[in-house]
Design a binder for this molecule. Sequence first.
Ligand SMILES: [Zn+2]
Ligand SMILES: [Zn+2]
Length: 388
Amino acid sequence: MTHGDNDPFELEAMIALRRDLHAHPELGFEEVRTSAIVAEKLEEAGIEVHRGLGGTGVVGTLRIGDGDRAIALRADMDALAMPELGEVPYKSGTANTMHACGHDGHTVMLLAAARHLARARKFSGTVHFIFQPAEEGRGGAKAMLADGFLDRFPIDAVYGLHNMPGLATDEMAVVVGPQLASSDSWEVTFHGVGTHGAKPHLGRDAMTAAAHFLTAIHTIVARVVDPLQPAVVSACAISGGDFRALNVIPDDVRIGGTARAYTGEVRDQLEAEIGRLAEGVANMFCIRVSYDFKRRIPPVINAAAPTDAALAAARAVTGKPVVTNFPPSTAGDDFAEFGNLVPGCYVWLGNGPAVDGALHHNSRYDFNDEAIATGARYWTALVEQELR
Ligand SMILES: [Zn+2]
Ligand SMILES: [Zn+2]
């Protein structure tokens, strides 16, 4: 089969591949089948392939001409541990595992672009195609970096892309500055003195302390953080006691949640303030507390120069004006691990209307195959403009 000017991205085959990946989703660091397919499709196009980076990660390297600049384009490959409830012919065949964030589409768009770039050879320099495992909270970017990604593949800039329901499939948003928030988690355990539910005066009640703490943490964003700086503190899990023992005040109550920010200063503030309130409430009730704040991923902040390049590429390939005032999201993406070390730009590509309101991580979400051509065209234009 040849791929002439009318089908530079092998669209029919790529749509079939996207649906095949959708039917065979794999969780973070378990993308064995997916990464084997990626490696095979890259090799088939004559691209140098490096397997096993950060576990199941794959890097494809394409050097053309004598240009000395190098850039990396990143796609994520993992699915989520949730059931697929929508009815599509290529519905997930794996129980409780689903491509509900469109990483099947991200993988295929980058593959389509890589194969086209290798055939067309219209740039001068080096491009590394990053197929990253485990974006969904399992630390795939960190694992690739720990495996020496930047030493083995030195780059001048790094680019990422995510689909976005609500924008048209020939529409993109490219915005300088903060795109996604830092995503950290925290845990507080109040250690009281358990006692009979009828005799609270004989113990120290961790349950009441937890209740005070839960209302107090909402003063952090409202009263401590600069009102012009976005921040989120949410408690998302609580445990203590037993519903089969409603006459027992437990020793310990454990609470956990998330904290989000767009700057290092606010991130530091959230870490310090949650701990300070936990300590203060524990003191108030004369009990002990333990506190743990885990820095998971930094915010995604688009740097000026790569954002200019991304904007030029998006303008060259999309049918609609590029959106340059798209609001940042309080979600996170570990693309930030790369963007923290090398200037980066992360863009949004439309996924069409949210069918039945199915947004990312919804059990009826599906990547829109009509976006594949726009995504592949964008990656291609970016490389050909960046590495002239
Ligand atoms: Zn996701
Ligand atoms: Zn995602």
